[in-house]
Design a protein around this ligand. Structure first.
Ligand code: GRF
Length: 204
């Protein structure tokens, strides 16, 4: 039996990246396990995916809190109750407070659908097409207080084809997201991801 890293996943919606993580962690030799999924939305389909996989879920509605930090502290408490060691944002559509980003510094990662530092924020596929980019992609990175900022762990790029719409491009990128997110979690769980002066070094 290997000791597995305990992962908590934060979602807001359909949870296809969560599913990719669930599928990867199902392999007996995968060095991490998902112990908790938190959604800020009660109707997030990702909750059903987690329940189908027998993973504990919690709904914490941000509207029940007066400040962003109060909401984040409620999530923090749940994560710590389950002894979570790594938090993965997977389509979690809330900005995190600087407090949370610091509390989980270097133990909190996100997947963003662009080749960061290009196209931070929302509507990245539209933005990449509008900018006339010839390639686009996805990034797994550590979270810092600034939006879509932080040391980059892995990226995958895809070509932008003539005639691409935001939807066709999003589908091409999403396929890559589902590959690199589990890969990044594996590297992290194997203790091979080091942050030195805000740059990631992967140990072979
Ligand atoms: C993904 O494109 C992810 O990169 C972004 O939000 C989307 C979430 O999709 N952060 P899903 O909920 O994982 O299907």
């Amino acid at each position: 039996m290997i000791t597995k890293l305990k992962v908590g996943v934060l979602i807001s919606g359909r949870g296809s990246n969560l599913q990719a993580l669930i599928d990867a962690t199902a392999a007996p030799d995968f060095p991490a396990e998902i112990v908790l999924v938190i959604s800020n939305k009660a109707d997030a389909y990702g909750l059903t995916r987690a329940q189908n996989a027998g993973i504990k879920t919690a709904v914490i509605n941000h509207k029940d809190f007066t400040t962003r930090e109060d909401f984040d502290r409620a999530m923090d408490q749940k994560l710590k109750q389950e002894n979570v060691q790594l938090v993965c944002l997977a389509g979690f559509m809330r900005l995190l407070s600087p407090w949370f980003a610091e509390e989980w510094r270097d133990r909190l990662i996100n997947i963003h659908p662009s080749l960061l530092p290009k196209h931070k924020g929302l509507n990245t596929h539209e933005a990449a097409i509008a900018a006339g980019d010839t390639e686009h992609g996805a990034t797994v990175h550590f979270v810092r207080p600034a939006l879509d900022d932080g040391p980059i762990i892995l990226q995958a790029s895809v070509p932008i084809m003539p005639g691409d719409t935001p939807d066709t491009l999003a589908a091409r990128v999403l396929e890559q997201e589902h590959i690199i997110y589990p890969r990044a979690v594996r590297l992290y769980a194997e203790g091979r991801v080091n942050v030195i002066e805000e740059k990631v070094f992967i140990v072979n």
